[in-house]
Design a protein around this ligand. Sequence first.
Ligand code: DGJ
Length: 735
Amino acid sequence: MDRQWHLTNGLLSLVLGVHDDGSLGLLHLGAPLAQGRSYRHLVPRGWRGFANRLGDPIALEVPTSGSGDFRVAALVVGQPDGSTVLELKYREHGIAVGKPDLGALPSTYVEDDAEAETLEVDLADERSGLVVTVAWTIFGERPALARSLRVRNDGNTALRLDTVMSLSLDLPDDDWTLLHLAGVWGRERHVVERVLAPGRQSISSNRGSSSAVHNPFVALRRATTTEAQGEVLGAALVYSGNHLAEVEVEPYGTARLRMGIDPETFSWALEPRASFQAPEAVLVWTDGGLGAMSHAFHDLFGRRLARGVWRDRPRPILVNNWEGTYFDFDEERLVAIATVARDLGIELFVLDDGWFGKRDADNSSLGDWFVDRRKLPNGIDGLSRRITELGLRFGIWIEPEMVSERSELFAAHPDWAFQVPGRPRTESRQQLVLDLARPEVVDHLFGVLSELFASGPISYVKWDMNRWTTEPWSGALPPERQGEAFHRHILGVYELYRRLTEAFPKILFESCASGGGRFDPGMLAFAPQAWASDDTDAIERLAIQWGSSLAYPVSSHGAHVSAVPNHQTGRITPLATRAAVAFFGAFGYELDTTALSDADREAVRDQVAFYKGHRELFQFGRLVRLRSPFEGDGNGTAWMVVSEDRRRAIVALYQVLNRPNPQVDRLPLRGLDAGAEYRITTWPRVDDAVTGANTVTRGGDDLMANGLLFDVERHESAALGDFWARLFVLDAIDR
Ligand code: DGJ
């Protein structure tokens, strides 16, 4: 047997082979290739990048350090003699239908074994007893692969894992542009691109969670790749903790992409007979451009990573009281907000921060998950029953992973917070991070939160997390295992999520972290939607939602209409524009409904009715990005959603600043049925220079070739003002 494996589904091919020295390497990843052939010729021999080991292969699946491959390593293991040199050689392999799960870690899954095939190859280092299992899953009918790594200590002495990357790909050329999603609070997941250059280029988080700073997603695209065509390789880590994604371009023009838990903040003691499972990396390869890549991620993450009854269910339209009241509310005020919301057609009322302990500001009570009877004399039970009697569902906010110094929980268990004994604690938002590496903390939280969730008709939970982790020292771990604290904490978070979602399968969970600070695939496995950003300004949201959509499905973006002037930017945008942006997400409102004018109430009623009429198309249709806020002067953004049968679509065009005497503009559409005729209507129902020319019936071929037409005369443009948005609803008609 020539020890070569070819995973293909007609959409892509992955070919792995065992090299002459016994190591495992990548021969091909990309376009689908014919089966039954050898692809060994693709790996150059005698490669000059290695020291003294001419003949060593260029492409390694699990590169290690210290033996001549000077590129970044995927696996660094400290051994009893202090060295990190390993000789990983093929030992055995297995191929099976289906996809095994990863135990404590979230991962993509199949509903039927026929949906995927998994190859596992064991590599062993005889001297240390280390066995590495490389697992590759190929999904049928999806241009996607999942890759994970498991290491096991079959030796007699403890080993120390310093670096365990989930993915390491040796790509034969460096002719790529690296795309990633960077930001901070209030401007999460902005698209950043850089052409690969010699050396290392990386993104990472050492903040204890995936973070708003760098999302655990990267893509490599060719210079000529666009939204609609061209080669792209996307990689995402199914993990919510510290991560690293790095590309190294070495002097001979190859590129190594590695992705996994951030090695700077990680080490793990691997005792004899113990094993360690690294998180899963998901890869998408396509030559259909960034749009096809995103579609593959949306489909896989939306349908085979997200779980539970809400996965495929239309999400309710909610009103959240946070920006409406902040901490200043009582039962009557909340019921008043909910009553108006009900009259406007809203379906779910969400009570945000401030209902528990004695929390009138963000300086106390986290951890005390019992109701504040000063504000809610009838408890959560009383309030939630009043809300449900109105005909709304009821949802509640929690922040389980945190504790305030001013809290009963901290007074009882000061050692449950992360801190280094004898050193000052770094406070952030006047709160501390609970150490979920301690099983008793997870047990405690499960106990109090299950009591809360059972205390009334709660059908939605917003799970927040509002600070980064510092002093990551766990009282549950001995000194030599402190490098495990971050990862064990995340495993504790996952354990708590798993227990609560299993105990309350009907609750819709939305994750949150000071806005979109933990908007990652790991969270998606438990909470099918995530609050995308505390920045609810419609214009800022264009960039945030565009960037998020590179990897995450529209149904996962929590998106709300808020009051103006916007609380984050001070900007005043039209109510219709705020809705036209938030429609492209899990839609809701975040304002005091009682403060809306009569005209605004009428407008909201219309928005809610419009969204309900098209909700499944918005949430689960195929997203096609048309005009990027990150290109040119960023003044225009456009995207659309198309139904699976291509008979319905909604196109959105947004303009930031109005320009005098505008140019003639065309917006070619994509993804329609070329042979269909579409009747076009607009929302809001205005007849003006933007909409007028487009409320006609046109062919899909014409709309894709020539696009919507915008020919605004100079005397007409002033009426549009700044920050306008128009939606175009396309319905195929039978001829
Ligand atoms: C941060 C979240 O992103 C907000 O939506 C809100 O829930 C606050 N925390 C409450 O403290």
